[in-house]
Structures are given as C-alpha cells and as structure tokens.
Design a protein around this ligand. Structure first.
Ligand code: ATP
Ligand code: MG
Length: 455
C-alpha cells in the first residue's frame, strides 16, 4: 500500500510563538546516517522511514490523528481502537466532522482556524467523539500545528477518558452522598443532644417533684402523729380505766377500738414516714452491733400470738452462733416483722411459717421467712414491691394492709447494702429472703457450730 512519508519542512508561519520545531516530524535515522554506516555491523532490517514512523506511532497508547480540519491524513493503531474503525482506510473515509457530535462542529471549526492560521496549540481540551458504532465517548485532546507532506495540518493526540470521567462522577456522587450522610448525622446528633437536654430537665423536674412529695409526706406524717399520740394516750387511759371505772362498759370497748385503730394508723404513718425518708435519702441508720438471735427471739414473741390465733405452726431456726450484724436494729426488726406478718396473713389455717438464718459460702448472712400460704404469681412481684402495691385475688380474702410492708423491707435492706429476694409460686407458699453482705457481719462471741446453708 502506497503511503506518503512525512517530511521535515520549514516551520509554519506564525507557529514560532510555541516552539515550532516541536511539531516537525524529522527522521533522524535517515538524516546523514548513510555516512556513518559501519560495514562490520550485522545487516540491519531495512525499515523505510514511513514504516519506522508507523511502528513508533502504533506503539503509542494514545490516538494520534493528523488531519486538515476536515480530512484525515494519518491515524495510528490507537486511533482505530478509539473510534472503533476496522482499518485506517475506513477511518480516512470519514471526515473529522463525521466523528464529532453536531454540537461540537462550530467549536471544532474555531479550533482548526486557531491552529492552522495562528499556529497555536490547544492543550488537553475535553470533548466528545462519535465512534463508528454510534456510541459517544469522552476524549481529552491536545492539538498542534504540523507540516505534513508540505501542507499545513493538525496533529491531534487523544485519549478516551470516558471511564475516568465516569469514575470521577461516581466519586463525586459518593462524596455528595457522604456529605449528605454527614449532614444527616450532624442533624441527628443535634436532635439527640436536644433530647438528652430535655430528658435531663424532665428528670430534674421529676426529682424535684419527688423530693417535694417526700418532704410533704414527712411533714404530714409528723403533723398526724402529734394528735394521734393524744388520741392513743387518752383512749388507753379510758380503756384501762386508769382514773376510775367507766360507767357504761361499752365506752371501755369503744376506747379499745379507738386505741387499736389509732395504733394501726400510727403503724401506717410510721411506714410512710420511713419509706419517704429512705426515698429522699434522709433516713439515717442508727447503726450498732445487732444480735440477730435476740432480734429473732423478740419478733417471735411479738407474732407468736397472731400465728396461734391464725392456727399456724411458727418455727424459728436462727442458730445461737449466727454472726451479729452491724446495722440499724429497729430497721432489721421491722424487716423481720413485716415478712413474718405477711407470712401469717397470707397462710391459711393449718399451715407453717418458718424464720431461718444462715451464713452463705461468701460470708454473707441470709434471713428467710418461708410459708405454706397462698403464694404470689411471679408477674406480680414488681407490683407488690412498689409502694401500695397489693394483689387482688380471691385467696387474699379481706386482709388488712396498705401495701407498704415489702417496699419498706426492700428499701431498708438495700440501705444496709444488702438484697431482697422473693421466691414464690401461686398457691404454693412463698419464701422471702434478705441477704446481708459479709462486711456488715460481726463475730457474736458464741461458739461456732458451723451452720452453713438454709435449714
Ligand atoms: N407471704 C406472702 N404470701 C402471699 N402474698 C403475699 C405475701 N407477702 C406479700 N404478699 C402480697 O404482697 C402484697 C404486698 O405486701 P406488703 O407487705 O407490701 O403489703 P400488705 O401486707 O398488703 O400491707 P402492709 O404490709 O403495708 O400492712 C400483699 O398485699 C400480698 O398481696
Ligand atoms: Mg405486709
């Protein structure tokens, strides 16, 4: 195939501004080379100048096209790939305009004039090209003037940047996504901070309200106790007929009722007072070494009458050598009384109530009240541990009470750093246990019998 050889020639007028020599395609291999041929050298393959150019240009990864602004004069292998042309001849059969989307025609004409008439170069211009199959690609092209076979032409070096632009656009989208996510995150963080602040204020308000309630209860209980003491004192004088016999016996009976009701009321008031003091952190433990054996004996004396009237067997299994407890004696006694009175209240005639004490393997001390009574369903545990929480059940009959006993037990033992455990099945009795931590136990001076575990 005949192909013209590009020849070195004089610079294009006007191209001197940008180093015109840069664009001249000289073939140094042929210039004066004949004089220097070494006859001893092995015979070299005879490349024609054109073949040499072709070989060099075809090695380039970028598309190189020499054109007049309309007709294509030369195209390397990468150019055929870029446009999807089957051969150089096929590519040359198209005009430059055929390979451009119509909207680029005007701009391409301007560029052609700039290069051909003013000898200027255009560096890395981005535009689009039409491939042979009609697909559009993005290219980056550097164009410069050149003299090609004695005429002014343009050499255009292009590379396909479609994939790069797509990747850049994807990256931009990703960055925008991330930016959006960051904004959303910041907005959510701000909302969370605002919410946390609202919650803090609500908690503060609730704490203040609770504090006020506790103070109110404490004051009210105190105010109620003073007249109640008078009621109880005088009703006792009358019921005991201390200042002389009561004329009508019924009056003495009324006085007894007034006294018992007063005592019951005082009990409730004391419980409310204790609970509200514990809740508001104002309850002060009067601590000392408490002999659990003695406390157990004392509560036994108090409740044994009630157990007998209720037709129950009362057992106390608290060994003499059980360690003493460093704590509030009145509080511990109150705990055991509340648990025992519940056991007695909620156990039908013929049942058993048992108070036992033992030392655990970790050195803590347990006191437990077990009964064979009506029991409590586990779903009601939370309710009965809250103040005034009681269980409505046909089995509970018409037991007296306000629902303050267990909350007080729990609060009091926790004030001692201990724990309250409840174990019960409806209809099968209940076991209420308090655990006093080891650091609160003290030697009680009695000979050890090595009691370990509930008995
Ligand atoms: N040993 C038990 N057997 C069955 N039910 C129990 C037992 N102990 C407590 N309960 C249930 O738990 C509720 C709450 O007990 P709690 O001691 O707090 O109040 P109360 O005994 O009703 O009244 P208060 O003790 O204030 O006089 C009881 O009303 C009862 O329903
Ligand atoms: Mg009770």
């Amino acid at each position: 195939m005949a192909r013209s050889v590009p020849k070195a020639s004089a610079p294009v007028p006007g191209s001197s501004a940008r180093d015109p020599g840069r664009h001249e395609l000289r073939d140094p291999a042929t210039e004066g080379a004949a004089a220097r041929v070494d006859p001893a050298a092995p015979p070299s393959v005879d490349h024609s100048t054109e073949q040499a150019f072709r070989a060099v240009f075809d090695m380039l990864p970028d598309s190189v096209v020499v054109h007049t602004g309309r007709h294509i004069l030369f195209a390397n292998a990468a150019a055929l790939g870029l446009f999807g042309a089957p051969s150089e001849a096929a590519l040359k059969s198209r005009t430059i305009q055929d390979l451009l989307p119509p909207e680029y025609h005007a701009a391409a004409d301007r560029r052609t004039r700039l290069i051909l008439e003013e000898g200027r170069s255009v560096d890395r211009a981005q535009s689009q090209r039409l491939k042979f199959d009609g697909r559009m690609i993005e290219v980056e092209t550097t164009s410069a003037p050149i003299v090609w076979e004695g005429r002014r032409a343009i050499v255009a070096v292009s590379r396909d940047i479609t994939a790069r632009l797509r990747a850049e656009r994807a990256l931009e989208l990703r960055v925008a996504d991330l930016e959006l996510a960051r904004e959303i995150h910041e907005r959510q963080s701000a909302q969370l901070r605002a919410l946390a602040e609202e919650l803090r204020q609500a908690r503060d308000a609730a704490e203040t309200a609770n504090q006020n309630k506790s103070e109110f209860l404490a004051n009210m209980s105190h105010e109620l106790r003073t007249p109640l003491n008078a009621i109880m004192g005088f009703s006792e004088v009358i019921k005991e007929q201390m200042l002389g016999a009561v004329g009508v016996p019924q009056y003495a009976e009324y006085a007894r009722d007034i006294y018992t009701s007063g005592a019951h009321l005082l009990d409730i008031i004391n419980n409310i007072l204790d609970l509200s003091k514990i809740e508001s952190g104002k309850f002060e433990l009067h601590e000392g070494d408490v002999s659990i054996t003695q406390v157990a004996a004392a509560v036994r004396r108090i409740v044994s009458g009630r157990a007998a009237v209720a037709g129950l067997v009362l057992e106390v299994a608290v060994p003499d050598d059980l360690p003493n407890v460093h704590g509030d004696e009145r509080g511990i006694k109150q705990i055991l009384l509340n648990l025992l009175s519940n056991a007695i209240k909620f156990t039908p005639r013929g049942g058993r109530v048992r108070l036992s004490g033992w030392v655990n393997a970790d050195g803590s001390l347990s006191l437990s009240v077990t009964d064979t009574g009506i029991g409590i369903a586990s779903e009601n545990f939370d309710r009965i541990l809250a103040p005034f929480g009681q269980v409505d059940s046909p089995l509970a009959r018409d037991h007296q009470g306000t629902g303050l006993g267990l909350p007080l037990v729990k609060a009091m033992i926790e004030l001692h750093g201990g724990r309250f455990d409840l174990d019960s099945t409806l209809g099968e009795g209940a076991t209420a246990t308090i655990v006093i931590p080891k650091p609160r136990t003290r030697p009680n001076g009695q000979r050890k019998t090595g009691v370990l575990g509930p008995r």
